[in-house]
Design a protein. Structure first.
Length: 75
């Protein structure tokens, strides 16, 4: 199974990362500002078919990466 790599996004915002595998951006993880900041992850739209959930919120970037990976590896 290919590795999932967290890379700082080319977006000019501070806390935005792309989840990349084999040169493809599969998802984005970003810090959501608000009364209780959290890390949101969103699966790239082209990969939504047959996958649930396609987005979520976690307390840390590491937890967001784990939640995304769990969704991604579910076949």
């Amino acid at each position: 199974m290919p590795d999932l790599v967290l890379k700082r996004s080319r977006i000019v915002l501070n806390e935005v990362y792309d989840v990349v595998s084999e040169g493809r951006a599969l998802a984005r993880i970003a810090l959501s500002n608000g009364p209780a900041p959290s890390w949101s992850w969103t699966l790239a739209y082209s990969f939504h078919e047959g996958r649930t959930p396609t987005r979520g919120h976690e307390a840390t970037v590491e937890a967001a990466m784990q939640a995304f990976a769990k969704s991604w590896h579910r076949e």
